[in-house]
Design a binder for this molecule. Structure first.
Ligand code: ASP
Length: 409
């Protein structure tokens, strides 16, 4: 086989495996590889703002029927809400079986790491409207950018003919950004290799052992959720072969895993859903950016597992009301979590404080957070992709020939 023929996901996977091996061999010396990983992350981040902004405007202007837009929005939110609730339940349920915190006994105030406060819900809601849209683009505040792009898109539709130059400009910009995404992705295998080598080199196996149960619980819950709930949803509700989805979406999954960021994976998710899975541009550029910001199935799982872990480690019994509160706050926390590395850890303080668990517990999780972050970011992105395919299917905007052409043996 000629080198050029190896598919991208395969190259990324090879980069990932080599990264693990090299990280184990080099140990802390693997840190020298960090710049390569950073170059890749920077290149991907470079795409996010112009890509989301232009493709979302294209998405909105290509659905000029307000009723249809409302319907798509509603379907998206319902799928996001249902999968997130199930995700927390799976996280809690599995921890109930594995008891990740048993055998570790901590006392409040034993750990001293400083904990940052999570932003309040009201602040999050109020700040959704960008007072300064250029500032929002500059800061890369995705939620504000989404709102601004939707407004611009609606205004373009309402303006009609006179707005055609603006509409064409954004169409062109979106195409250019898609092309740039493919170029950047050629570098992904090397970036992923370096990122993983650094993580493995930094942590080492010994460090992970006492917290192995938490790690295993989060990973198993994530795998269960994606196969049974997300895959099952595609099969039962969408009548689609879920394995084709997992395969066609693999590039995005691997980028999320290695960068621990659903925002960073967004350009790749857009590309996977459109090119590999046959989702229309208008659906994918509407559902995915929204998902990368508010839909966090993996983070919800993680919040559930960590809450139970910390309760057990501190020897605190949780009541049924506590569990219900954890479910509610985990959903809010998952919605409020930004799609950047480590954001879920900060939001965990919201969940813990809602049921009076010691917030210092976060310090213990912090040590292994990167490992957990890789899994949860991955499922965050898979959840977005699944919702996109499902909405596209229901709107007859899924090219079934393209979807079925994904090879899965
Ligand atoms: N890193 C996650 C993501 O980008 C968010 C989190 O920390 O839970 O999807």
């Amino acid at each position: 086989m000629k080198a050029r023929k190896i598919p991208l996901w395969c190259k990324i996977l090879i980069g990932l495996i080599l990264g693990v091996i090299v990280g184990m061999i080099l140990k802390e010396k693997a840190l020298y590889l960090r710049p390569i990983g950073t170059i890749f992350i920077n290149a991907v981040k470079m795409l996010i703002v112009p890509l989301v902004f232009s493709s979302l405007i294209v998405g909105v202007t290509s659905i000029d029927d307000i009723g249809k837009m409302g319907r798509i929005g509603l379907k998206t939110i319902i799928i996001y809400a249902v999968t997130t609730i199930i995700a927390v339940a799976i996280g809690l349920g599995l921890s109930w079986v594995t008891n990740p915190g048993l055998g570790i006994s901590l006392h409040a105030a034993e750990t001293t790491a400083a904990v940052k406060a999570a932003p309040s819900l009201v602040d999050t809601l109020v700040n959704i409207i960008p007072a300064n849209p250029i500032g929002a683009l500059g800061k890369g505040d995705i939620l504000q950018i989404i709102v601004f792009a939707i407004f611009i898109g609606i205004a373009i539709n309402l303006t009609g003919k006179k707005a055609d130059p603006v509409k064409n400009f954004f169409n062109g910009l979106a195409e250019v950004m898609f092309k740039l995404t493919s170029i950047v992705m050629e570098f992904a295998p090397y970036g992923v290799f370096a990122l993983i080598a650094v993580v493995i080199g930094q942590y080492g196996i010994e460090f992970l052992l006492p917290l192995l149960k938490v790690i295993v619980t989060v990973y198993v819950a994530c795998i269960l959720h994606s196969i049974v709930i997300l895959g099952g949803g595609l099969a039962l509700v969408g009548r689609l072969n879920p394995w084709k989805f997992f395969k066609g979406f693999l590039d995005a999954t691997l980028v999320a895993f290695s960068t621990s960021s659903s925002s960073a994976a967004l350009p790749v998710s857009l590309r996977c859903t459109q090119e590999n899975l046959g989702v229309s541009t208008s659906i994918s550029s509407f559902v995915l950016p929204l998902g990368a910001t508010i839909n966090m199935n993996g983070t919800a799982i993680y919040q559930g597992v960590c809450a139970v872990f910390i309760a057990q480690a501190y020897g605190i019994d949780l009541s049924l009301t506590n569990y219900v509160t954890i479910v509610m706050t985990s959903i809010l926390a998952a919605v409020g979590t930004a799609g950047v590395p480590g954001a879920g850890l900060i939001m965990l303080s919201l969940v813990l404080s809602s049921v009076g668990l010691p917030i210092e517990g976060i310090a213990i999780i912090a040590g292994i957070d990167r490992i957990l972050d890789m899994a949860r970011s991955c499922i965050n992105v898979v959840g977005d992709g699944m919702a996109t395919v499902l909405v596209a299917k229901s709107e007859k905007e899924l090219d079934i020939k393209v979807y079925n052409s994904v090879q899965v043996e």
